[in-house]
Design a binder for this molecule. Structure first.
Ligand code: NAG
Length: 423
């Protein structure tokens, strides 16, 4: 009797610990890794070039990819078995902003997720015909070195999609004149920046002016991003000794980043920018669940199980502000920060093939801290609550498009330069 009971208990325990849920979909929004400043490098030489990922930035993203492999790819020790061990284009969709470093970050991360040796080999009978239509001077050497590896060490190239600055209607600014105009109006208008200027000036402006050997009167909060940004890059790379900030001062310098980025857009544009990310994520969840979804919105996405939006500090700042989690205050968007949304299905018999909201819940996780969203009754947010929260912002996808095109693009001679600085 007692042993029967034990078996029943064990079976129950197994059910609870191993199959109480099943991961159905993950989306990731990340900031690129450590990089050189986009604008002035203030005399510091960065080997990989202006605005580009540094070697340490590549390493950060490789490690993210390695850890996500551990969590999501079948057969790994801690895996929730979402993805096949080999890259499958039906399962993985990667989209980057138009900027080199976000594309580089995505590549590095994907090398971690689908590491060397995971690509499909050539069959040996293909080796002789797998050549390009031109004369390769060291053909025999290459063939000998590669064996049946398609490329060196079985590296798996993965598609990273990105669209032009002006036309990307999802994760760029382009395709939404309303946001771009808003940005162009605010970027040079001191009235939007005065409060922050008043607040931060007495705290750290003197120190920053000293660090760059400039007059404090030439500093303003509106124009300070390039200085603080250069400091972050130098600090991460360990290459500069401009000024010894106390740890308190350094925290304040770091804390300027999010307000700067938020202030570049009106609250309304900020919401649009964030929803541009959250709408496709929500629709992809519905499609994974087998519910009706917005086909127009998802037409370029397919039905991936893993979606990566390789982005910047400003998107994460705006999205985190909109999400407004109860248990987390965003102080600074570190290089290679990541925001994950995981869609889980309750693995009960009734939920096995169900598309019902009640069978699903969402975990939102920023840099490994699970977020408690305000509308969710618990930290694991029921799908109904999650969807309700995004709907509670009061804008549909169609309305968003309408607002985006409610204005003609402003003429700006510095349009390109200004948008790039923001990226
Ligand atoms: C900062 O502190 C270090 C260690 O005390 C010192 O060597 C360096 O000269 C200081 N740098 C500046 C710019 O004051």
């Amino acid at each position: 009797m007692a042993s029967n009971l034990l078996i029943v208990l064990l079976v129950l325990l197994c059910l609870i610990s191993f199959s109480s849920c099943k991961l159905e979909f993950v989306s990731e929004i990340c900031r690129h890794g450590a990089r050189a400043p986009e604008g002035d490098n203030f005399g510091v030489h960065y080997k990989n070039g202006k605005g580009m990922l540094t070697s340490s930035g590549f390493r950060q993203h490789l490690m993210i990819g390695d850890e996500l492999r551990n969590r999501y790819v079948k057969g790994m020790p801690k895996s929730q078995n979402l993805l096949s061990s080999r890259f499958d284009p039906e399962e993985v969709y990667v989209r980057s902003t138009q900027v080199e470093r976000t594309v580089q970050s995505a590549y590095a991360q994907l090398l971690g997720m689908f590491p060397l040796g995971t690509a499909e080999d050539l069959r040996s009978d293909q080796i002789d015909v797998s050549t390009p239509p031109l004369n390769v001077h060291d053909l025999e050497d290459i063939i000998t070195e590669l064996g049946t590896d398609a490329v060196q060490d079985g590296m798996q190239p993965v598609t990273v999609k990105n669209y032009g600055l002006y036309i990307d209607s999802l994760i760029g600014y382009g395709g939404c004149p309303y946001i771009v105009n808003d940005y162009l109006r605010r970027i040079d208008d001191p009235q939007f920046w005065q409060d922050h200027d008043d607040y931060f000036r007495p705290l750290v402006f003197n120190q920053i002016a000293k660090a760059f050997n400039i007059d404090i009167d030439d500093l303003s909060f509106m124009k300070i991003y390039k200085y603080s940004d250069a400091l972050f890059a130098e600090n991460f790379e360990g290459v500069s000794d401009r000024f010894n900030f106390t740890s308190k001062e350094w925290e304040i310098v770091k804390s300027m980043q999010v307000p700067i980025l938020i202030q570049m857009l009106s609250p309304y544009s900020s919401q649009i920018l964030s929803l541009r990310y959250l709408f496709p994520i929500l629709e992809l969840m519905k499609s994974r669940m087998g519910q009706d979804y917005n086909k127009e919105l998802l037409k370029s996405f397919g039905t991936p199980k893993f979606l990566l939006f390789s982005s910047h500090d400003y998107q994460l700042s705006h999205i985190m502000q909109l999400l407004n989690p109860e248990n987390f205050q965003l102080e600074h968007v570190e290089f290679a920060s990541i925001l994950l949304f995981e869609l889980h299905r309750r693995d009960t018999k009734a939920c096995r093939d169900s598309s019902e909201d009640a069978c699903y819940y969402v975990k939102a996780i920023f840099n490994d801290i699970q977020l408690k969203l305000p509308s969710c009754s618990s930290i694991d947010c029921s799908f109904t609550e999650f969807k309700g929260y995004i709907e509670s912002f009061g804008m549909t996808y169609d309305q968003m498009i309408e607002i985006c095109f409610s204005e003609e693009p402003l003429e700006s001679d510095k349009y390109d330069e200004k948008l790039r600085v923001l990226q």
